[in-house]
Design a protein around this ligand. Structure first.
Ligand code: V47
Length: 409
């Protein structure tokens, strides 16, 4: 035990962490509120290095956000747009497009083939990508070394379930070895509602898997608390629905991730409870199901342009405390990811010494939040990711979605 920890107000918790013992809710709250931030960081590093040594993971991936049209009105979200009233229904082959986002994309990324050129329609900034456009992006990503596409979008009121199946089939036909991590639990429940007759969660997942889906991302969890739910994302599927989807996925052998959106209207206690709920679910999955959570992704709230834009959002120290706490509380979930789009590359780098072992990946395009740069081009090259990791004292380790090492040819 280090001298710092012995004299710290955290001496008892320090002993527990070093002995690999499980922390309680009260321990979590104390850790979060401690003024002894160096011990907090050190303890998170102990837990992180026990699991992963000096490895720090990243992947070459591409995020694809297929549409910003959404039936929900979550207050934290600046991405969604209402369905345009004059829109023709089920126009999936040549969909409307966001003039600004796609113009920026075409300008910044000239290697796109012709099929990616979008028809610009009404002066609205809603967009839907066609299946062909999505497949073209996936193919292009694969040609540039990507091993994963991460696909999510708004809850679209008129796109049929076949659109999502065709998207998966199209990508697998074009790039059979590209891993498809797609659709948050909220989208999966939306699919159960748009199918006629209604499909169950299991049936939706079976059909998607048959079409090529490989795993589920962790989005849509927000904060598992009724007060926070009603205040910030009232009409969204809540805790029960989110866990139903992940439980079913794990029973079926489909791996998934888990997020926590922090820094808005929740309390510190809410964050700790959220982490404990993830830990409890993981205990059950590890004991009795064919798959489990691979990582926890704490997402730092970006207030800009949302209905909660009057809130300040988390500070850097709040980000570090939360990431460290995720490592210490979620002791049975192998990886903690700092998604650099939300935490910024600089803070994500620092967080490698605060419990984090994964930085997500190259990303390239990201529409849901726009903290880095203008428009939606948000990319870290592999060289930049490696530099961040090496400077932090860790070994850059390229991984696939399931955290197996990747050797680029
Ligand atoms: O579900 C929305 C969040 C999520 C904002 O599984 C916001 O590996 C911050 O889930 N500020 C989508 N966050 C992103 C997501 C994700 C990202 C990276 C990796 C993985 C993974 C998952 O983004 C949404 C919502 O919780 N979000 N708006 C915002 N203003």
């Amino acid at each position: 035990m280090s001298v710092i920890a012995e004299t710290s107000e955290l001496a008892d918790i320090s002993e527990m962490v070093r002995a690999g013992e499980r922390l309680s809710f009260a321990d979590g709250v104390r850790l979060f509120r401690t003024r002894d931030i160096h011990t907090l960081g050190e303890l998170a590093t102990v837990a992180r290095e026990r699991l992963h040594g000096k490895a720090a993971y990243y992947n070459i991936n591409r995020h694809i956000n297929y549409s910003n049209i959404c039936v929900l009105r979550c207050k934290f979200c600046s991405f969604y747009r209402p369905f345009p009233k004059d829109a023709p229904e089920n126009e999936t082959k040549e969909p409307r497009a966001s003039a600004r986002a796609n113009h920026d994309r075409e300008q910044a990324f000239p290697i796109i083939d012709e099929s990616r050129k979008l028809k610009l329609a009404a002066p609205s900034d809603t967009y839907e990508l066609s299946v062909d456009q999505i497949v073209a992006r996936a193919r292009e990503a694969h040609e540039h070394g990507a091993t994963e596409v991460h696909i999510v979008g708004g809850l679209h009121p008129t796109l049929p379930f076949d659109y999502y199946l065709d998207m998966c089939r199209g990508i697998k036909t074009a790039c059979p070895d590209l891993h498809i991590k797609a659709f948050t639990a909220i989208e999966i429940i939306h699919f159960t509602r748009i199918t006629k007759p209604r499909l169950s969660i299991r049936e939706v997942l079976e059909q998607l898997r048959e079409a090529g889906l490989d795993s589920l991302p962790g989005g849509g969890a927000e904060i598992f608390d009724d007060r926070v739910h009603d205040e910030a994302y009232k009409n969204k599927v809540g805790e029960k629905g989110w866990f139903d989807v992940h439980r079913t996925a794990h029973e079926m052998g489909i791996f998934s991730n888990a997020t926590m959106l922090y820094g808005h209207v929740e309390s510190i206690e809410d964050r700790v409870r959220h982490m404990i709920k993830l830990r409890e679910h993981q205990d059950e999955s590890l004991a009795s199901r064919a798959a489990h959570f691979n990582c926890v992704v704490p997402l730092s709230f970006i207030p800009d342009d949302s209905d909660l834009s009057h809130l300040p959002g988390p500070t850097g120290l709040d980000d570090l405390r939360t990431l460290a706490l995720a490592r210490l509380m979620c002791d049975n979930i192998p990886h903690i990811k700092a998604f650099w789009i939300m935490q910024t590359p600089k803070l994500a780098q620092v967080s490698l010494n605060w419990g984090v072992d994964d930085l997500d990946g190259t990303v390239v395009w990201y529409d849901i939040t726009k903290r880095e740069g203008h428009g939606t081009h948000q990319e870290l090259t592999v060289d930049k990711i490696k530099r961040l990791i090496i400077e932090a004292g860790y070994d850059p380790t390229e991984r696939d979605t399931l955290y197996r090492p990747v050797q680029q040819k």
